[in-house]
Write a protein that binds this ligand. Structure first.
Ligand code: AMP
Ligand code: ZN
Length: 485
């Protein structure tokens, strides 16, 4: 099935075609900055990329190579990994006077917490080609920076390296994903921060000179050493090229990454490698709280632990995110979470009913094709779920043939390979205690059978059924089950 995607580059929904023309698709996702627990707004972004790769694989039949980087070097990871910045860091062994070592210990701790969190919302490690740490790619970053300088679009100033944006804009359009205020651009003004607003468009930093007691790497350039550390944007350019090769098929991230992160990534990769970054750029909208982006800086955030501590299942969060279209804002409320929890259970109960083949009819039904068609249309999960719920509301499992139930179970299994929030199995039997009088009846029936007193055996079975239990004969004797009410 053809997959259609909204491409932030063209601002239109396009039919997806792979760069190679074949079945391999390279997807690169901007991953977390690992300086603390992620919040459920971040999770929305990773679940969007997970949805994309699942739809590409399952509906589009592509072989997806999915890379999500882990940002383990930036102002925040440096700040919080420094000795004395937080008392509990001592428990993690962060006591050495080697800041590079401390940074690694600190970021690996939160990288593992991140991986635990995404696992619990159903993102599987097996689906990643790799999850590279930025600090393992310092050399490719340095090589890219050398290329940019050598090609005339980078320069050194006081040990830092900057991207010469004015020179670049004389050649190439800047603002391909996001409208940028280039008329405010001031030649020669430099910005050292990784994040800035669109009024502050200026020469941005590629490499930051070493500061006392901070992590650093040597950077040999033209016989000089420029000890320091990379800026944020350069890491994705270098890792995308080093691991997957540019141009990527699809680059993903939240809408806030369009500028400056992704704009700068496009400029750097073109200036240094002469290559486009990606054919398709796909961005997810925000998870908001009362009209504001959920974010650490506003303090209006929930971590996954905050949610599970209130008794919710992490898969309720997964289903909440998939219930909205990725390009629409979702407003987070607990009543919204309660509603999706109920909706999830409704589908689960239907699946359990499909496994019950005690009562069958002569009808058949199918739903997968319509659900897949909605998902292929720019990952329209709300439309897909509307189709699924309308199907469930109009289908009584007891009226279906046993074969149709089996076929539907397989359809639900494939749908769940995308949604990932249901158990496609028979309802687990709750552990029930069979009362003594029922067991006594069953024992008397067993004896009657042995005595070939079949009339007595049949009437005892009927007595057991009347009390709400089903007796089944087995080689060893019998089993007893409580009937569903
Ligand atoms: P960060 O660790 O801040 O770089 O964020 C990781 C990812 O989460 C990025 O793709 C962000 O765009 C995304 N993100 C951050 N806050 C939200 C939010 N409230 N809703 C959706 N995505 C978000
Ligand atoms: Zn990135």
């Amino acid at each position: 099935m053809t997959i259609r995607l909204f491409n932030t580059l063209s601002k239109t929904i396009e039919d997806f075609q792979s760069v190679s023309g074949g079945s391999t698709v390279k997807v690169y996702t901007c991953g977390p900055t690992v300086y603390n627990y992620i919040h459920i707004g971040n999770i929305r972004s990773f679940l969007f990329s997970d949805l994309l790769q699942r739809v590409l694989r399952i509906v589009g039949k592509y072989d997806v190579q999915w890379v999500m980087n882990i940002t383990d070097i930036d102002d925040k990871t440096i700040r919080d990994s420094a000795i004395g910045s937080k008392e509990w860091l001592n428990d993690m062994g962060i006591q050495s006077d080697n800041p590079n070592h401390n940074l690694r210990l600190f970021t690996e701790y939160f990288a593992q917490k991140f991986i635990e969190d995404i696992h619990s919302v159903g993102i599987q490690t097996a689906h990643f080609h790799t999850m590279p740490r930025a600090t393992d790619y310092i050399e490719p970053m340095q090589q890219l920076i050398r290329n940019i300088i050598d090609n005339g679009y980078g320069y050194v100033s006081e040990g830092n390296v900057y991207f010469a944006l004015g020179d670049w804009m004389a050649k190439e359009h800047y603002g391909k994903l996001f409208t940028v205020d280039t008329e405010h651009f001031k030649a020669g003004v430099r910005i050292d921060a990784d994040e800035y607003d669109r009024e502050s468009v200026s020469d941005f930093v590629l490499w930051k000179a070493r500061k006392n007691n901070e992590p650093y790497w040597d950077f040999p350039y033209n016989g000089y050493n420029l000890p320091g550390r990379p800026g944020w944007h350069i890491e994705c350019s270098a890792m995308g090229q080093d691991i997957l090769g540019l141009p990527l098929d699809i680059h993903t991230g939240g809408v806030d990454l369009r500028f400056p992160h992704h704009e700068d990534e496009i400029a750097q990769s073109k200036a240094g490698y002469g290559l486009d970054t990606a054919n398709y750029w796909c961005h997810n909208e925000f998870l908001e709280v009362e009209g504001k982006k959920m974010s650490k800086s506003l303090g209006n955030f929930y971590t996954l632990r905050d949610i599970t501590d209130k008794g919710y299942d992490p898969l309720d969060i997964r289903f909440l995110m998939l219930s909205g279209h990725y390009s629409s804002v979702i407003n987070f409320t607990f009543s919204g979470l309660d509603a999706v929890q109920k909706a999830r259970k409704r589908v689960q109960d239907f699946v359990y009913a499909l496994f019950d083949t005690r009562i069958n009819g002569d009808a058949s039904a199918t739903v997968f094709h319509d659900v897949a068609t909605a998902l292929a249309d720019n990952l329209h999960t709300p439309k897909a779920l509307e189709i699924l719920f309308s199907f469930i509301n109009n289908t009584n499992p007891a009226t279906l043939t046993a074969e149709s139930k089996l076929a539907l179970i397989e359809e639900f299994r494939t749908i769940n390979d995308i949604f990932g929030v249901w158990n496609i199995e028979a309802k687990p039997q709750e552990h029930i205690i069979i009362p003594d009088d029922i067991i006594a009846l069953a024992e008397r029936r067993l004896q009657a059978k042995k005595d070939k007193n079949f009339a007595e055996a049949d009437s005892l079975r009927a007595a057991i059924a009347e009390k709400g239990y089903t007796l089944k004969d087995t080689k060893e004797g019998y089993t007893l089950e409580l009937n569903e009410r």
